[in-house]
Design a protein around this ligand. Structure first.
Ligand code: HEM
Length: 199
């Protein structure tokens, strides 16, 4: 079933914008009302990083979901969720640099060069920049096949973000394993065409 009788899937694009904003509103609400726990700053940094990773996986889910559920609009949502993922990752970095390090150049330099989990997180974030900067339809049209190749950077950002998430876990790895399992299924689906002829 196509999304919406008689309406182009493009008509549904806008829904992804408020949907992507909902977690941010929730995270900010929790912080402002004191519901995020005894360390609201750490909770904010963690929540923004968590949503960035979830949205990264959501982006990779859009194409298989569009195909399996026959809802083409989901592919169009991928771009918006991709931009939201970049926004969450950037807010995650900004919250950390501002609220935890106070933009202290010495501390920033130390963290970004000496802490492996920060280096991996920063590498994941850097890999997202070219994707965000070329996310417009104009860039896609102008770049053609190069755009497709460049956007494979998502498969570099994904393992880096997974390692980063795994590294910061302090109490058990259940969530890391769940993220890994979802990522493996999505990558396997993506690669299936290479191993199964006709897919
Ligand atoms: C310069 C870039 C980044 C920096 C400096 C950074 C820093 C941090 C810090 C300080 C934490 C909290 C660690 C703790 O609780 O001890 C964290 C957690 C996390 N970060 Fe990042 N990060 C960066 C990029 C990213 C990116 C690009 C993603 C995902 C796309 C990401 C996803 C996560 C996740 C999932 C967590 C754990 C959240 C949780 O367990 O609730 N981070 N990061």
């Amino acid at each position: 079933m196509a999304a919406g009788k008689g309406r182009s899937p493009k008509a549904w694009t806008w829904i992804a914008w408020p949907l992507g904003a909902l977690p941010l509103a929730w995270v900010l609400w929790q912080g402002l009302t004191g519901a995020s726990g005894p360390d609201p700053v750490a909770a904010l940094v963690n929540a923004l990083g968590w949503w960035a990773l979830v949205l990264l996986l959501v982006c990779l889910t859009m194409r298989p979901a569009a195909r399996l559920l026959n809802v083409p609009a989901l592919v169009i949502w991928r771009r918006t969720f991709g931009l939201w993922m970049f926004i969450y990752a950037s807010l995650h970095f900004l919250a950390w640099a501002t609220l935890i390090l106070g933009w202290d150049p010495g501390r920033l330099a130390t963290e970004l060069s000496k802490r492996p989990y920060i280096i991996v997180g920063a590498a994941a974030w850097l890999a997202l920049w070219p994707l965000a900067l070329t996310s417009t339809r104009k860039a896609r049209r102008r770049m053609g096949q190069r755009w497709v190749k460049l956007h494979r950077l998502i498969f570099l950002a994904l393992p880096l973000a997974l390692v980063h998430q795994f590294w910061v876990q302090k109490s058990g790895f259940g969530e890391s394993l769940a993220f890994l399992a979802v990522a493996l299924v999505l990558v396997a689906y993506r690669l299936r065409g290479r191993f199964l002829p006709g897919k």
